[in-house]
Design a protein. Structure first.
Length: 318
């Protein structure tokens, strides 16, 4: 009989080895804490200067936006609704002259405001007086400007002045005219060493000096620079856009972020419609109390049997 092995153990000690617990995941409030599927890591993203990103995609974005607006009734209706809500019949002039130092009383101030509004009405609704091309009234120019903003992300126009000879030639009474320039004529050219960014010339302080545009004259495409201000310091070019970054010089269509979803939805609608049309054209129901194999075997026999129109009838079902 074997003797049991006895081991002396110090009082208060534990003979069992210590059990190690697995570390618990830390509950931290980290940014970009990914999921188990790694969805964040799978999406590439890079930091770029925003105006460089605008320059890279401007032409393609403008073309897609214009194409979608022209070929989508839903987007066309949305654009028309935006214009109706923003401009309506016209944008009314609201002059508020400060005549405190000239000795005018309130009645005289109201009379002056009425005279200004009446004169503006005559000018704004006369395309010959307000438009350099003699085509658009001021409300129509507002409509065009908003459409350009939705398609191109910006609106561009030049303030021109008709001298006395031109006014006499066209029978005009005013010299100040608005020449609207399509934004795609603003050259998308960048030369950083010369401070030219997307067709916009800047000085050493980042202020706009001129705009480089292209126009077709006598069948030839010419490029020329339009000063941002005239010799007297008055604004000559009106370039309206919504900047995203402080260094932006051009705008981008607000529809750009919706391109992918809209095109996917449009493709799905086209595919669904085509499937429904094909099913309608080729859907033929064969009704028989026989099993399918016997029914199709009967059709093959009908085809082989000959006779007038037998093959055509059988081919319609097979």
């Amino acid at each position: 009989m074997t003797e049991k092995v006895r081991v002396k153990v110090k009082a208060g000690s534990n003979v069992l080895p210590p059990t190690t617990t697995s570390p618990q995941p830390s509950k931290r409030m980290d940014y970009l804490r990914d999921t188990r599927s790694g969805i964040i890591a799978a999406r590439p993203a890079y930091i770029r200067e925003h105006r460089d990103e605008v320059r890279r995609v401007w032409d393609r974005t403008a073309a897609l936006a214009m194409d979608l607006i022209q070929n989508s009734g839903r987007l066309k209706g949305a654009c028309d609704q935006i214009i109706a809500d923003t401009v309506g019949s016209e944008l009314s002039l609201n002059p508020q002259p400060d005549l405190t130092g000239l000795g005018y009383n309130d009645a005289e101030r109201r009379d002056l405001i009425a005279i200004i509004k009446a004169g503006w009405k005559r000018y704004a609704w006369n395309a010959d007086e307000c438009d350099a091309r003699g085509k658009l009234t001021i409300p129509q120019q507002g409509d065009v400007g908003i459409r350009w903003w939705m398609a191109y992300g910006e609106s561009l126009s030049e303030i021109v002045y008709f001298d006395e000879a031109k006014r006499r030639r066209y029978g005009l009474s005013t010299g100040t005219k608005v020449l609207m320039i399509p934004p795609h004529r603003l050259v998308n050219e960048t030369i950083p060493s010369q401070r030219l960014f997307q067709g916009v010339w800047q000085d050493e302080n980042g202020r706009v000096k001129a705009y480089r545009t292209r126009s077709r004259e006598d069948g030839l495409l010419n490029v020329h620079d339009i000063p941002a201000r005239d010799p007297d310091g008055r604004v000559r070019v009106s370039h309206v856009f919504d900047p995203i970054d402080a260094t932006d010089v051009r705008g981008l269509s607000p529809l750009a972020s919706a391109f992918r979803r809209h095109l996917q939805h449009e493709t799905l609608n086209d595919a669904t419609l085509q499937m429904a049309v094909l099913q309608t054209i080729f859907a033929v129901t064969l009704t028989s109390d026989k099993p399918s194999a016997d029914a199709f075997e009967a059709l093959e026999i009908l085809k082989d049997a000959g006779g007038d129109g037998a093959a055509e009838i059988a081919s319609d079902f097979t």
